[in-house]
Design a protein around this ligand. Sequence first.
Ligand SMILES: Cc1ncc(COP(=O)(O)O)c(C=O)c1O
Length: 476
Amino acid sequence: MNLAEKSTYRQLADDLQEMIEKQTLRICDRMPSLRTLARDRGVSLTTVQSAYEVLENRGLIEARPRSGFFVCPRIRPEDRLPVMPAGRIKTARVERPDFYEEVMTAINDPDIIPLGCAIPSDDVYPAKTLSRISNAALRKHGAKAYRYTISPGRRELRHEVALRMLGAGVSATEEDVITTTGATEAVIVALSALTKPGDLVAVEMPTFFGILRIIETLRLKVVEIPVCPIQGMNMDFLDEVSSTHDIKVCIVQPNFQNPTGSVIGKADRVRLASLAVERDFAIVEDDLYGDLVYEGKRPSSMLAHDKGNRVIHCGGVSKTLSPGLRVGWLVSKGYRKELLAVKNVACSATSTLSEMIVAGFFSDGGFDRHLRRIRQIYQDQSMMMRDAVFASFPEGTKVNMPTGSFVLWVQLPRNFDSERLAVDALNEGISVAPGTIFTASDSLRNCLRLNCGFGSDERIPGAIKRLGELCMRQMK
Ligand SMILES: Cc1ncc(COP(=O)(O)O)c(C=O)c1O
C-alpha cells in the first residue's frame, strides 16, 4: 500500500470518528455497509475495510458475526492517553542506567528491528538532493571543503539558520548563531557554559535520555519536573521547586517533547520565561523536533518568549535532513561569549563540508517541500503504529497522540516491567527503550518509548504484534 492510499483510508477513519464523536453515528448504531460507503465516498472496498480496521483498533466500532459493524460504547479518547507521572521534590545525581548502551548500540545493527532509538529510516533522508548539493560544493570549493571550520561556524549556514528561526517566531542574526556537531554538542556546550559541577538543573520527567547522560557527565544535580503528555512541563511544579531551590538552568523541550510528544501551550511558555527572570535561572531549549509539526504552523521557540536574554536554543538537522552530517546549532542573544569560550575548548571546529551541504539545502534544496513530505510520512507511521499497539497490547495500555515528530510514549498497567520487556524483545531481535532510561529516579518502569521512524520496514507490524504478546505474557 502506498502513502496516498494510507492517507485516504486514514482520512476516512478520521471522518467517521468525527461522526461518532458528534453522535451522528450513535452507540450501537450499525455502520454503513462496506459497499455502500465505498460507493458513496468513491473509494475502493479495501480502503473502507482498512478504515474500519483502524476504527476497530481505536475501540470505536466492533464487528458482529453476520451483522456488520456497530458503534461501540464510548471510550473517551483522553482515557487512552498516558497520565503525567507523580512528581517528588528531590534533588539527585544522575546515574547511567544499564539499558542505555543496549538501546544505543542497536542503532548500528541492521538485524535488530529499531524501535528503541528515535531514528528515521534511510528513505526519509533526501539523499539525492544531499548528494547533488555536496557535489556542487566540492566542485565550487575544492580542497577548501576539507578545511577546519572554526567557531562560530560558516557564515552562510549561520545566516540560513537565523532566517529559519523566523518561522519559530524569533528574529535572530547570524551573530546570534554558533554551529555545533549535532544537537548533542549544542546541549553540552549550553549546559557547560551555564553551570559548574554540583549545580542544580531542572529537567523534564520523562526526558530524552541523552540529556540525562550529559548532566551525569557534567556532574550536575537534577530535580525532575513531571511532564503532561499533552501540555508538557508542569509549570506549577516548577514554580514550587524554584521557589525553594536554587536552580541554575531549566532544560526543556517545548515542541514535540521526546519521549511524550507534548507541546507546551502559549500561556505556559510565557510563565516559564517569567519564572526564569523571577527565580534567576537560564532556559536551555532543545528544539530538535519543532519543524516536524504534522499540521499547521511550526510551534514557536522559547526564544520568542525570552525576557532578559535568558534562553539558549539548541537545534539541528538530525531528525529532518540527516543525523550523520552532524550539524546542529546554538542560538542565543545573551550568552554568545560564554558559549564560544566553551565551544572553543570542547571542539573548536565543525565539519566544513557538512555545513556547506546544510546551508545549500536550506538556501535552495527545497527544505520546506522536504519537510511537508516527511511530516506526512511521520504522521502516517505514528498513527498506524498507535493503532497497532492498541490492537496488540494488553487492555489498559495508553499511548500518546502526537501532533508532530515520530515517537510514541506507551504506558502499561502499574505492575508492568518495561526493562524485562526490553530484554525479552532484544532476545528476539527487537529493540525498545524502557521508561526507566528517561528518568533519574527509579520510576516509569511501566512505560516505554517506540520509534515510528521506520514505517517502511516490513518487519515492523510483526514486531509490534510480538511485543504485544510479550507484554501479555508478562501480565498473566
Ligand atoms: C531531544 C533530542 N535532543 C538531542 C538529540 C541528539 O541530536 P543529535 O543527533 O543532533 O546530536 C536527540 C536525538 O535523538 C533528541 O531526541
